[in-house]
Design a protein around this ligand. Structure first.
Ligand code: ZN
Length: 250
């Protein structure tokens, strides 16, 4: 079963490990701020030995699931440490999907053959490590969702290949502001009932604030879960959703 269409997005198919009960009510205070938000955490651009391990430690301590969108070429570095982090994340109940092979040029600016390589090589590397090769987040330079994000060919490949393409609702800029990002993230979370946060497991120091941030979310009673709403999941298992237009290829 898959949630499709705007009317179904509050009824995700499966409650992931560590999440609260599916479909529970949201409360809204008098000024319209969401007080019991749903939050899907994601970490992009890793794995990074020495950082992703710490992210996993914090998630385990807090009992929170997350999705890691990893960069393909990092999985084949000779020490094998990045690859081992993918295996650990999967073993601990997190999702691991792809975030392009090279993370250098948005698909909207790439020739079709290069898009194919970026998708296929990343999928193969992730599947070898037990991750979900059909879970994909495109590279949007600086968090931009615009016409560069995807090409018509790339979107066709996502549909034909049965991919699930996940965007984001909040990019709190943890790599730019490793100490201030939780405040920006909490403000974003307060403004909508289901946020998909794009954080980064990069060596910038932002992970130092992760435990405290998750504590704040848990104090709010946030439902921290793995799946994502249609409004930032333009393709689900190959099927376009209500947010397909965000890919800019219609
Ligand atoms: Zn990225």
């Amino acid at each position: 079963m898959r949630a499709r269409g705007a009317g179904a997005r509050r009824k995700p198919a499966a409650a992931p490990p560590g999440s609260g009960p599916a479909g529970r009510g949201r409360s809204v205070d008098r000024v319209g701020t969401v007080t019991t938000p749903t939050v899907s955490l994601s970490f992009d651009n890793g794995p990074t030995p020495g950082v992703t391990d710490r992210v996993l430690d914090v998630l385990a301590r807090r009992g929170v699931p997350a999705t890691f969108f990893v960069i393909g070429h990092k999985l084949v570095e000779p020490s094998g440490r990045a690859a081992a982090l993918v295996e650990r994340a999967v073993a601990e109940g997190h999702r691991v999907g792809g975030h392009t092979w090279s993370h250098t040029v948005p698909f909207g600016l790439l020739p079709d053959r290069a898009v194919d390589r970026e998708l296929d090589d990343t999928r193969a590397a992730i599947e070898r490590l037990g991750g979900d090769g059909l879970l994909f987040r495109p590279f949007g330079e600086g968090g931009a969702i615009d016409g560069r994000l995807m090409s018509p060919h790339g979107a066709r490949r996502l549909r034909a290949g049965g991919y699930t393409c996940v965007l984001w609702t909040s990019v709190p800029g943890d790599w730019r502001d490793p100490t201030g990002w939780p405040q920006a993230a909490l403000a974003d979370v307060a403004g909508r009932d289901w946020s998909v946060l794009a954080l980064h497991d990069l060596p910038v120091g932002a992970v130092d604030r992760l435990d405290e941030f998750l504590g704040r979310l848990q104090d709010l009673g946030a439902d921290l879960r793995l799946d994502t709403p249609d409004e930032c999941t333009p393709v689900r298992a190959g099927v376009p959703t209500s947010s397909y237009h965000l890919l800019g290829v219609c």
